[in-house]
Design a protein around this ligand. Structure first.
Ligand code: NDP
Ligand code: HSE
Length: 446
């Protein structure tokens, strides 16, 4: 039998903005998987321009054809032979300019930039809608894990009620490595940077800002709203000390960097913070730079999406898959397929942090005196904070003057009540250091 002729159309031209960890991965993947990509799309994807700031260090990540290099972002976007602009420069200034310019010029856009999307969601998606252009962003949340596609397509007929995610690979890598080896925080952060996981400014990772950006994107997608990132209660992992890892383990928990969103019907709850997670939960086993999102939805119930949340090739995989999907859309529209209607975002209120209800791990460094425990319990009780477990150790404090360490696990309490109790406790004469608070993941069993 004669081999059927494989029909391909003309190549799709791409302008690649940024050639760092992810940009380098995109070049490598398009090169290594060129035949499979062409077979799946029915056309080649051809990088026709690569924009960098400094051409002299352009091939530090991967060898490239230097004739493709330019430093002129606007000229690369405007080229008539470019169909897809791929924004991988990061940040929100130049990146916003190039994404809006590309969409205004009728180019389709792929971006991995969660900061840009979270902070300018309505503006960039409005621009895409007006231009009739595609804006895809799978790599922006959880790197290579196809969570955006799962929520947008797999769960298109469902209604998400809550999600618990480990969405920052760097923070998860640091906490898991500290838990396994008790090595110093800064050494492990340096390692995460060398492995290409961290943001250009790693304070975004360890301070929780990157996870808040991702949570805003997820919440916008799941709940049809536009979340104000500044309204997401955000704590980083930088305050976690080895002593907290020890106590967590002793109580049967693991400390994980969580991003949590919940639809309360009227208002949305959204928060990012390290949390004690029961060691038996699936999320407790997500280690290293791996990410996972545990979703509770009305029809499907619980489902979990897991994989590499950062790094060169996993992230590039998500970017190139977006290019393939855009290519398919381009061919479908050329054949007369209609564009799906825009999703309408309805502004939703956010649940104030003081009103959230969860369980708490509280660590106190106190003087070695009779009646200290009683004083702590009295204040907590007066604020309606009920105790589930307590341990008291002598000579175990993080600082020498903390002669006695008391660790309390509470039952579910209102955040505002816990904070009011702690403010009072901090002023007791027997308390030697500000109390440490870590929330406990306590609802459902992610
Ligand atoms: P890098 O810092 O490794 O690379 C950024 C690249 O963009 C560099 O080549 C840089 O050039 C270039 N660049 C920055 N600004 C400009 C500009 N104004 N004009 C031209 N080139 C510019 O970052 P990553 O590749 O790690 O990240 C890229 C994006 O992907 C970010 O938005 C990040 O949040 C996101 N992301 C990253 C993941 C990862 O695992 N690393 C995972 C998921 C998303 P130069 O080196 O000369 O400064
Ligand atoms: N810096 C990010 C992380 C990269 O560590 O998760 C992936 O978005």
């Amino acid at each position: 039998m004669p081999t059927p002729e494989r029909r391909t159309t003309k190549p799709i031209g791409v302008a690649l903005l940024g050639l760092g960890n992810v940009g380098g991965g995109v070049v490598k993947l398009l090169r290594d998987n060129a035949a499979a990509i062409e077979a799946r799309l029915g056309a080649q994807i051809e990088v026709r321009a690569i924009v960098v700031r400094d051409p002299d260090k352009a091939d530090r990540v991967i060898e490239i054809d230097r004739a493709l290099l330019t430093t002129d972002l606007d000229a690369a976007i405007a080229r008539p032979d470019i169909g897809i602009v791929c924004e991988l420069i990061g940040g929100t200034t130049d990146a916003k300019h190039v994404v809006l310019a590309a969409l205004a010029a009728g180019k389709h856009v792929v971006t991995a930039n969660k900061a840009l999307l979270a902070e300018h969601w309505a503006e960039v998606f409005g621009a895409a809608e007006r231009a009739g252009a595609d804006l895809y962003y799978e790599a922006a949340v959880c790197g290579g894990v196809p969570i955006i596609r799962a929520l947008r397509e797999g769960l298109a007929s469902d209604r998400v009620e809550a999600l618990h995610g480990i969405v920052n690979g760097t923070s998860n890598y640091i906490l898991s490595t500290m838990a396994a080896s008790r090595r110093p925080f800064t050494d492990i952060l340096r390692e995460a940077q060398a492995l290409g996981y961290a943001e250009a400014d790693p304070r975004l990772d360890i301070g929780g800002g990157d996870a808040a950006h991702k949570l805003a994107v997820l919440a916008n997608l799941c709940f049809g709203t536009t979340v104000d990132v500044a309204a997401i209660a955000t704590d980083g992992i930088d305050a976690i000390e080895p002593i907290d890892l020890d106590y967590a383990e002793r109580f049967g928990y693991v400390i994980k960097p969580l991003a949590i969103a919940r639809d309360h019907g009227g208002a949305i709850e959204a928060r990012v913070h390290p949390a004690l997670v029961p060691a038996s939960w699936l999320l407790a086993r997500v280690a290293g730079a791996k990410n996972a999102v545990y979703v509770n939805s009305y029809a499907l119930g619980p489902s979990m999406y897991y994989g590499a949340g950062a790094g060169m090739l996993p992230t590039a995989m998500a970017v190139v898959s977006d290019m393939i999907e855009i290519g398919r859309n381009m061919f479908a529209r050329a054949a007369g397929a209609p564009r799906p209607p825009a999703r309408v975002a309805t502004p939703r209120a956010m649940v104030p942090l003081a009103e959230i209800r969860t369980r708490y791990y509280l660590r106190f460094g106190v003087a070695d005196q009779p009646g200290v425990l009683g004083q702590l319990m009295t204040v907590l009780g007066a604020h309606g904070v009920s105790i589930a477990q307590v341990v008291q150790d002598t000579g175990r404090g993080a600082e020498p003057e903390e002669k006695v360490t008391v660790v309390v696990l509470t039952h579910t309490a209102r955040e505002g009540d816990v904070r009011a109790a702690l403010a009072e406790i901090e002023h007791l004469a027997v308390v030697r250091a500000p109390p440490r608070v870590i929330r406990i993941a306590s609802e459902g069993s992610p």
